[in-house]
Structures are given as C-alpha cells and as structure tokens.
Ligand binder design. Structure first.
Ligand SMILES: Nc1ncnc2c1ncn2[C@@H]1O[C@H](COP(=O)(O)OP(=O)(O)OP(=O)(O)O)[C@@H](O)[C@H]1O
Ligand SMILES: O=c1ccn([C@@H]2O[C@H](COP(=O)(O)O)[C@@H](O)[C@H]2O)c(=O)[nH]1
Length: 239
C-alpha cells in the first residue's frame, strides 16, 4: 500500500545554485535530471507541486559584469536568469514525463505565460506542476521571498526550501564546521539569530501568515519525499 502524503499541495523553492552540480556556473544536465526524479517521486504520490526556481547558478556567473551596475537593472537580469532555469526545468520534466507549465512574473509572452494566480491554481488542481519564473517580478527581492509569496497565493500547505545543505544550522555549515543543525526552529529565533539560510523577508512573511517552512538537501536522495510524507528530515521552521 502506498504511503499517504502529509501535504496535499506544496510550494517547492529550488536553489538555482543546486542546478550547477559540480560546475562553476550554469546548468548541469545530470544534476537537473536527478532533481527532476526527486520531484517525480512526490508528483507520483498525488501531491500538487508548485515550484519557485532561483537564479544563482546563472546570475553569479555574470556577477562581475553586474558589479557597479544600477541595482534594479542587475536584479532584472537576476530575474531573467530564473526564467532560463524555469525553462530548463520544464524541459527536463517533459523528458521525465511530468506535465508542467511555466508562469513568469515578468511579461515575456513569447517565452512563458504571465503569472495569473487563478490559472496557476487550476493547473495545480489538474495535477500539472507549475514553475514560477522571475521571482516576485520586483527588484530588491529574492526568490526566497517569491516562494513565500507564491506559497501563500497558492494556499500551499507548506513551503519547502530545497537547498545545498541538509537543514538550518546555528551558523552557515559551509563556513563553520562547528555549526549544529536544528530539528525545528521558530521563525522568531531564525530571524533573531540572523540565520542566513533564507532571507528575513521570507521568514517574516511566512511567520505572519503562519506558513511553515521545511529546509532540506535536494542532493540527499529521497529527502523531498520523506519531508512530504511527514518523516524526520531537515529542519522545520515554524511559528
Ligand atoms: N544558518 C544557516 N543554516 C543553513 N545554511 C546556511 C545558514 N547560513 C547560511 N547558510 C547558507 O545558505 C545557503 C542557502 O543557499 P541557497 O543556494 O539555497 O539559497 P539561495 O540564495 O536562495 O538560492 P540561489 O542559488 O537560487 O540563489 C546554504 O548553501 C548555506 O551554505
Ligand atoms: O523577486 C525577485 C527575485 C529575484 N531577484 C533577482 O534575481 C536574483 C536571483 O535570485 P535568487 O533568489 O538569488 O536566486 C537575485 O539575486 C536578485 O538579483 C529580484 O530582483 N527579485
């Protein structure tokens, strides 16, 4: 008998940098294939999946060119990078037999549908994966904040942050080997301790709307499925 998922509708935030694999920037084909397989594992459980994709893998690659640029212009470049990732993800999903739709917060109508909340919800109800590109559509924000925002707009049961580390730590585990992972942490503590796994705007939005966030590693096989099944995996950030 198949297991029943704890969450019926999820908003999955995928780190752009995770798509690089071991490359220094861009999209690694094998890595995106593995990530799509993880997503397929939860789609096959009947879970409705909306995705916000980051842009770090492309945007950090053009960072030297962006240095010294007007901030808003650089941010629009960053948002366009997320649209490229959204298209790559959709293509990889098509290869894996997953039906998906891309909606962009910036209007690029030859490339992607514009973001329309009602239409996105309809797609989810039809069990199509919805990939949101271009973040919030506004400079000075991040795709973490877009994930919080879209999660609420989609009435998702939870926001899942799939990243390169396996949870929220007392400090950045990539810089501090003594950092300790939380099993659970409150929004107030995450904000108060300035834990940088996610930006404070995203944490504050989720706290105010009582939307929990689960943080886990997208590189750990089966971790996404375990989170969706309500098993002990990663870190739960809660009110
Ligand atoms: N307290 C902490 N706990 C866990 N990770 C932390 C913490 N502080 C900083 N980090 C770092 O935050 C990073 C989160 O990066 P991630 O790439 O998922 O974010 P992002 O900037 O939203 O994504 P993108 O690559 O799309 O820009 C982790 O790789 C980790 O090194
Ligand atoms: O709502 C948004 C989302 C993103 N940006 C810009 O895009 C890059 C890439 O996003 P990440 O969240 O870092 O993956 C970000 O650095 C911003 O420059 C934005 O302006 N508004």
């Amino acid at each position: 008998m198949s297991q029943a998922p704890k969450y019926k509708r999820i908003l999955l935030k995928l780190s752009g940098e995770a798509l690089m694999g071991d490359d220094s920037y861009g999209i690694n084909r094998a890595t995106i294939g593995r990530i799509v397989d993880e997503v397929k594992g939860v789609v096959d459980l009947g879970v409705q999946v909306a995705i916000v994709i980051g842009g770090g893998n492309i945007f950090r690659g053009v960072a030297p060119a962006a240095a010294g640029m007007d901030r808003a212009t650089a941010d629009y470049m960053g948002m366009l990078a997320t649209v490229m990732n959204a298209l790559a993800l959709q293509d990889a999903m098509r290869h894996a037999g997953i039906v998906s739709r891309v909606q962009s917060a910036l209007t690029i109508q030859q490339v992607a549908e514009p973001y329309v909340r009602g239409k996105a919800i309809r797609y989810l109800e039809e069990n199509k994966v919805v990939i949101f590109g271009a973040g919030t559509g506004n400079p000075f924000f991040t795709t973490d904040t877009a994930a919080a925002l879209r999660g609420m707009e989609m009435s998702a049961d939870i926001v899942l942050k799939a990243t390169k580390v396996d949870g929220v730590y007392t400090d950045d585990p990539k810089k501090n080997p003594d950092a300790v992972r939380y099993q659970t942490v409150t929004f107030d503590e995450a904000i108060g301790r300035n834990l940088k796994v996610m930006d404070a705007t995203a944490f504050a939005l989720c706290r105010d709307q009582k939307m929990n966030i689960a943080v886990f590693s997208i590189f750990k096989a089966g971790a996404l499925k375990r989170v969706v099944l309500g098993e002990d995996e990663g870190t739960l950030v809660h009110c």
